[in-house]
Design a protein around this ligand. Structure first.
Ligand code: HEC
Length: 163
C-alpha cells in the first residue's frame, strides 16, 4: 500500500513537471494555428515594428518594463497562437485564459486593450518578436522602440554662457 502511494506520487510529480515545461495553451481568439517560416521574414518585421510603434509603445517596450510586460522572450514563454490571440482578443483572454489572468495580477490589474489591428498586422508583430528573440544584434529601428521621446519642454536647453 505504502509502495503504491509513493509510486503514484512520483508519477504525478513527473506529469506535473512535463506539463510545466511545455509552453501553455494557444489562448482564446481567432487564431488557431500559425505557420512560422524557417527564416525570419524581414519585410514582415519592418511592418510589425511600424505598427508596434504606433499602437503598442504607449504601453510596451521591448526590453524594458512599461505599463505592460517586457516583450523580449515572449516567443519563448508563449506559443505563437497565444501571442496573436492576446493581441487580437485581449478582453476575452484576460477574462478566461489562465495565463492572461495571471498576467493581469502581475501588472497591477492594468488591462491590455484591443488596438483594432488586423490579423495580418498581428502576424507582422509576431515576426518582430521572433526577430528580437533570435538573439542577434538588432537593427536601429527595433532598438528605437525602447526609447521614450523627449517632450519638447524638457529637451536640452543650450547651456547658459559662462562669464
Ligand atoms: C493600454 C495598454 C496596452 C496596450 C495599448 C497594449 N498592451 Fe499588451 N499588455 C498590456 C498589459 C497591462 C498586459 C499584461 C496583461 C494584462 O494585464 O492585461 C499586456 C500583455 C501583452 C502580451 C502578453 C505578454 C506576456 O508576457 O505574455 C503581449 C504579447 C502584448 N501585450 C502585446 C501587445 C501588442 C503587440 C500591442 C499593440 C498591438 C499591445 N500589447 C498593446 C497593456 C497594453
Amino acid at each position: 500500500m505504502k509502495k503504491i502511494s509513493k509510486l503514484s506520487i512520483i508519477i504525478i510529480f513527473a506529469f506535473l513537471l512535463s506539463v510545466s515545461c511545455k509552453k501553455e495553451g494557444i489562448g482564446i481568439g481567432p487564431v488557431e494555428s500559425v505557420e512560422l517560416g524557417e527564416a525570419i521574414d524581414d519585410a514582415k518585421v519592418e511592418k510589425g515594428a511600424a505598427t508596434f510603434k504606433l499602437k503598442c509603445t504607449p504601453c510596451h517596450k521591448i526590453t524594458v518594463k512599461h505599463v505592460g510586460p517586457v516583450l523580449k522572450d515572449v516567443t519563448t514563454r508563449r506559443k505563437p497562437e497565444w501571442i496573436m490571440n492576446m493581441i487580437l482578443n485581449p478582453e476575452e483572454m484576460i477574462a478566461k485564459d489562465p495565463t492572461a489572468k495571471k498576467l493581469l495580477l502581475e501588472n497591477n490589474m492594468m488591462k491590455m486593450v484591443r488596438t483594432g489591428i488586423s490579423q495580418d498586422e498581428a502576424r507582422d508583430i509576431l515576426e518582430l518578436f521572433r526577430k528580437v528573440d533570435e538573439g542577434k544584434e538588432l537593427p536601429d529601428y527595433i532598438k528605437k522602440l525602447d526609447e521614450t521621446p523627449k517632450p519638447p519642454e524638457t529637451a536640452e536647453q543650450p547651456a547658459a554662457e559662462k562669464k
